[in-house]
Design a binder for this molecule. Sequence first.
Ligand code: FES
Length: 173
Amino acid sequence: MSTEQQIQVSPSRRNGQRQFFRLNEIIAEQTAANRSLIAILQAVQEEYRYLPEEVLTYIATALNLSPATVFGVATFFAQFSLEPKGRHLVTICDGTACHVKGSMSAYDAICRKYDLKEGQLTTPDMLFTLETVACVGACGLAPVMIVNGKTHGQINPEAAVAIVDKLREEEEK
Ligand code: FES
């Protein structure tokens, strides 16, 4: 089945495990609206902030799809995360314009300050997750950093760290 095809939920499977009550609701809402698997995964990720393995397995069962199909879509698109993310999302643009203007030095500065590294880009207290993205279409502001959807232009390492520090201060209030 194409992932963009409409998907029908088997009612008998929707009545499943109690801990997936909200998940069942999302699947029911999305399928009632004839949404695709991608749209369903987006809605589920919005709820859980990531796509836990057991949730993907459950979705596959509910939609009568193979787990490989659901995991395949979840791992193919960069927008989906199979790992828990922090409360705040800090994104450094690593598109060409931003890279040339030193965006990765801001990324490195945040990593140093918060002891993050490849494979561990969420702080242990789940305060934030650091990630990179290709061009976000704001090259005139390069280098660009996006925090919870808000764009910060012409950042440097100090400014980038200060923005993240402020997140922590606000959380501690
Ligand atoms: S390269 Fe960063 S906004 Fe275009």
